[in-house]
Design a protein around this ligand. Structure first.
Ligand code: G3P
Ligand code: CA
Length: 320
């Protein structure tokens, strides 16, 4: 469903061309009085809703693998979410748990290496693991990918990415390695128009590390995972989205986030009725193991986005 009108598009183009010479904003436009005034006076296009494929399309393929990314694309996803951690030899690796036991055959391959923390294994060792058989025999031999391999595969499919910095407290400085990897790749640093789902969002439950990552990549949208208390929203003006567990939100909270300048895409919703319910609350999308069901819910949704998330084009700054 397309909710952008010609007027919105023309408005964006005019605003964008007026601001192309400006430096990348480091604060959310809504955090300044000028930004809030600008947004109110220049209603722009509405970003299309998105059903983000959680850990890839993890209902249909082993989570956080290239197969799950392939499946996300095959199931009509526009965006995939994956989790990144750090190996013993400082390689960025795609894995949800801090240990390798649940989603690989590490205990068979490396007996006696308990507790099997990701941080205790080199990337060469992790490359020996089977990350597919636990899910289904048809995925036997599916490897654990590096972040670089996942970025390549996402780009091949023209998929957007929600990249979660998973348990960064275990890996001091991981956000700097992630920023190096991303900023080296022009594709991921390119912005897409505000009516399209975002090309890249970096997110974490660790809000301090999320802020540090935003400082390293100011032009990349960042999301706080978890529910931020109403009286603390002012502390996070640098963030672009707040993505709470879907069980913790209601329409009032969604409205408050929008009024405060944030988008909201809750996790992890696998039930169609619940997808419909959060869309009615006015969310900007949601994260799901079933991107195909999510896409159908979005396509069937006929309600208004009210209030919509504010435009993301920054206000013009006076010439020095
Ligand atoms: O994208 C948010 C969601 O992935 C957070 O939960 O535990 O699946 O990483 P988790
Ligand atoms: Ca995640």
């Amino acid at each position: 469903m397309h909710r952008i009108g010609i007027v919105g598009a023309v408005s964006f183009i005019a605003v964008a061309s007026a601001t192309t010479a400006l430096a990348t904003p480091t604060v959310h436009p809504q955090t300044t009085a000028a930004g809030a005034r600008f947004a109110a006076e220049h209603p722009g296009p509405v970003r299309s809703l998105d059903a983000v494929a959680h850990r890839g399309a993890s209902a249909y393929a082993p989570e956080n693998t290239l197969a799950a990314i392939d499946e996300a694309a095959a199931r009509g996803a526009v965006t995939a979410e994956i989790d990144v951690q750090l190996t013993a030899d400082d390689e960025l690796v795609i894995m949800h748990d801090a240990t390798l036991t649940r989603t690989t055959d590490v205990e068979e391959r490396f007996p006696g290496r308990a507790p099997y923390d990701v941080a205790d294994f080199t990337m060469d060792e992790i490359r020996e693991l089977d990350a597919g058989s636990w899910f289904d025999d048809s995925f036997e031999g599916e490897p654990v990918p590096t972040l670089g391999e996942a970025l390549d595969r996402l780009e091949e499919h023209d998929l957007n990415l929600f990249l979660e910095l998973k348990q960064p407290a275990l890996y001091p400085g991981m956000e700097e390695l992630v920023a190096d990897e991303i900023t080296d790749r022009r594709h991921w640093m390119r912005r897409n128009p505000p009516w399209q789902p975002r090309r890249l969002v970096v997110q974490s439950f660790d809000w301090r590390v999320t802020e540090r990552s935003k400082e390293l990549m100011p032009s990349v949208p960042h999301a706080l995972l978890g529910r931020v208390a109403e009286d603390r929203l002012d502390e996070f003006g640098w963030a672009d989205l707040i993505n709470p567990n879907h069980t913790t939100i209601d329409a009032e909270y969604v409205d408050l986030l929008h009024e405060s300048g944030f988008e909201i895409m809750p996790y992890t919703i696998n039930d169609r009725a619940r997808m419909d319910a959060v869309l009615e609350m006015g969310v900007d999308g949601f994260i799901t193991d079933h991107p195909d069901i999510g896409r159908a819910a979005i396509d069937d949704f006929s309600g208004d986005r009210n209030p919509r998330a504010p435009i993301v084009v920054p206000p013009a700054r006076p010439a020095a």
